[in-house]
Design a protein around this ligand. Structure first.
Ligand SMILES: [Zn+2]
Length: 447
C-alpha cells in the first residue's frame, strides 16, 4: 500500500517535470545531465529508503518530506547545476503578502505581474493565506524572468493553477474531491488531554470541540489524572491520496475521568443538534464552571488578603490566571447588562442569564466584538479578552456568579441540568444511539 503510494507520488512528480527532464536530455551536455539526473534519482530513492527505515511513517509524513526544505534544496541544486533556464520556487506566504508582492520578489517581468494580478482580481482568486505555500516556475529569457506556472491554495480544497500559454495565461481552479471517512481514535491520558489527543492523531479543532462538549462536566485543570481515558468517533474528509483535508462532526465521544465513564452522542432533532448522554440528558448546563480555556485557577472564592488593598477581604469571585488576550466566553446565554469600565473591576461585563442567574467578568484587556449593553449573547461566545485593568496585579479573569443578587462560589455551584429528551425525541434518540454503538464497535474492531 505504502509502496504503491510512494511510487504514485514519484510518478506524479516525474510526470509533472517530464517536459523539463526531456529538454535537459536534448541539450548537448547529455552525459553530464544524465549523470546529474542519475544522482538526483539516487538521492531521491536513498531518501525514500531512509524514510521507510524510520518505519511507521504515514504517507502524510512522506508528503511532508516532499514539501520539506531539504528536498527543495536537493531539487534547487539540481536545477541550478543543469543550468536550466527554468527555476522552481516554493514560497511560504507571509503577513501582508499579495501575489503581486511575491512575484516582484522573484523579479518577474512587469507585464506578467500585471497580466496575472488583473486576471485573478477579475476572477476573485486573489485571496491568499499566511503560511500556505505558493509554487512558482519561471523561465529566464534574455535576462528576464517569465512566469511558466503558478500554484497556490485559496482554501483547504481549492488550488488556483495559472499556466502560461504563449503570451497569455490560463487560470484554473482545482477542486479536490473529498471523501467522508469515519474514524475512531482513543488514548490514555499521560499528562494532559491535549498532548495525548495530538499523540493519537486527533486534529486540534476536534480536540477543542471535544473539550467544549465535556467542559460542563469535567474541569480539565483539576479533574484529569494520568490513566484517564478518552475515545472520539468523528468524521474526516480525505482527498484521493488519503490525506486529511478537513474534519466534520463528532458523532460520539467518551471520557473515563473521576472514576466514571461519560459517553455523549450527537443527536439532531427538529434541526437542533446537541450532545446527549445515554439517558438522553443534554450535556449543556445553564452555566459553565470555567468560562476560559487554558487558564489556571489562581484565587478561589473566600476570605483572603487583598493583593493591592492589603487587608483581609472576602474575595467574591474566582480568579483564573491566563495570558493577556486569552478569550473569555459567556458562561451561559443571556443579555449583556453592562460592558464598560466599572470600579476596581476595570473593563467589566455583566450578563443576565435568567431571572435568577447573572455572571460578571472583570479586568478585561478589551471587550469582544459587538459586546455592549443590551446585546444578546450565546453560551461560549467570546465576550472579551484577559487583561489587567482596574485593581489588578497581573493578567487574570475575575469571574463571579450572582444568584438572586448574591455572589456565590462558582466552583461549588450545583449547576442546573439542561434539557432531557422525552417522548418522540427520546424514542428517536434510542434508535440513533443503537446505530451509533453498532458502527462504533465495527470501527473499533477494524482498527
Ligand atoms: Zn478576583
Amino acid at each position: 500500500m505504502t509502496k504503491i503510494d510512494n511510487f504514485t507520488t514519484f510518478f506524479k512528480y516525474f510526470n509533472k517535470h517530464k517536459k523539463l527532464i526531456l529538454k535537459f536530455l536534448n541539450q548537448n551536455k547529455y552525459p553530464f545531465n544524465f549523470f546529474i539526473l542519475a544522482v538526483f534519482f539516487s538521492v531521491y530513492s536513498l531518501a525514500v529508503n531512509q524514510i521507510k527505515s524510520y518505519t511507521n511513517l504515514t504517507d502524510n509524513n512522506f508528503n511532508f518530506f516532499l514539501k520539506s526544505n531539504e528536498f527543495n534544496n536537493i531539487k534547487e541544486y539540481i536545477f541550478e547545476n543543469l543550468n536550466s533556464p527554468y527555476k522552481e520556487y516554493s514560497y511560504i506566504i507571509e503577513n501582508n503578502d499579495t501575489i503581486e508582492k511575491i512575484l516582484k520578489k522573484y523579479n518577474i517581468v512587469t507585464d506578467d505581474i500585471n497580466n496575472i494580478t488583473a486576471e485573478i482580481k477579475k476572477k476573485k482568486l486573489s485571496n491568499i493565506f499566511v503560511k500556505t505555500e505558493i509554487k512558482i516556475v519561471t523561465k529566464e529569457e534574455l535576462g528576464l524572468n517569465k512566469i511558466i506556472s503558478l500554484f497556490y491554495p485559496i482554501n483547504e480544497i481549492t488550488t488556483v493553477e495559472i499556466k502560461r500559454n504563449k503570451d497569455e495565461f490560463t487560470i484554473n481552479k482545482n477542486i479536490l474531491k473529498l471523501n467522508k471517512k469515519e474514524i475512531v481514535l482513543s488514548n490514555t491520558i499521560k499528562s494532559n488531554l491535549y498532548s495525548s489527543a495530538i499523540e493519537s492523531g486527533i486534529e486540534p479543532n476536534i480536540i477543542i470541540e471535544f473539550a467544549n462538549m465535556f467542559g460542563f462536566e469535567v474541569d480539565f485543570q483539576r479533574d484529569i489524572q494520568a490513566g484517564d481515558k478518552f475515545e472520539v468517533y468523528y468524521e474526516r474528509y480525505v482527498d484521493e491520496d488519503n490525506i486529511v483535508r478537513n474534519t466534520g462532526k463528532i458523532i460520539y465521544a467518551s471520557m473515563f475521568v473521576n472514576n466514571r465513564e461519560l459517553s455523549l452522542y450527537n443527536f439532531k432533532f427538529k434541526n437542533q443538534v446537541g450532545y446527549y448522554d445515554v439517558d438522553g440528558k443534554s450535556v449543556i448546563k445553564t452555566l459553565m464552571k470555567t468560562p476560559i480555556n487554558g487558564a489556571r485557577l489562581s484565587s478561589s472564592f473566600g476570605f483572603r488578603r487583598h493583593p493591592i488593598l492589603g487587608f483581609n477581604k472576602l474575595h467574591q469571585g474566582t480568579d483564573f490566571a491566563a495570558r493577556k488576550g486569552t478569550p473569555i466566553m459567556a458562561s451561559g446565554s443571556g443579555v449583556v447588562v453592562m460592558a464598560q469600565k466599572y470600579k476596581g473591576y476595570g473593563n467589566y461585563v455583566l450578563i443576565k442569564h435568567n431571572s435568577i442567574y447573572k455572571t460578571a467578568y472583570g479586568h478585561m484587556y478589551k471587550f469582544g466584538k459587538n459586546i455592549r449593553k443590551g446585546v444578546r449573547v450565546n453560551q461560549g461566545q467570546i465576550i472579551g479578552y484577559v487583561g489587567s485593568t482596574g485593581l489588578s496585579t497581573g493578567p487574570h479573569l475575575h469571574y463571579e456568579v450572582i444568584t438572586n443578587g448574591k455572589r456565590i462560589n462558582s466552583q461549588r455551584l450545583k449547576l442546573p441540568a439542561g434539557k432531557v429528551l422525552n417522548n418522540e425525541a427520546r424514542n428517536k434518540f434510542e434508535v440513533e444511539r443503537i446505530k451509533i454503538d453498532v458502527r462504533l464497535s465495527n470501527l473499533r474492531k477494524s482498527r
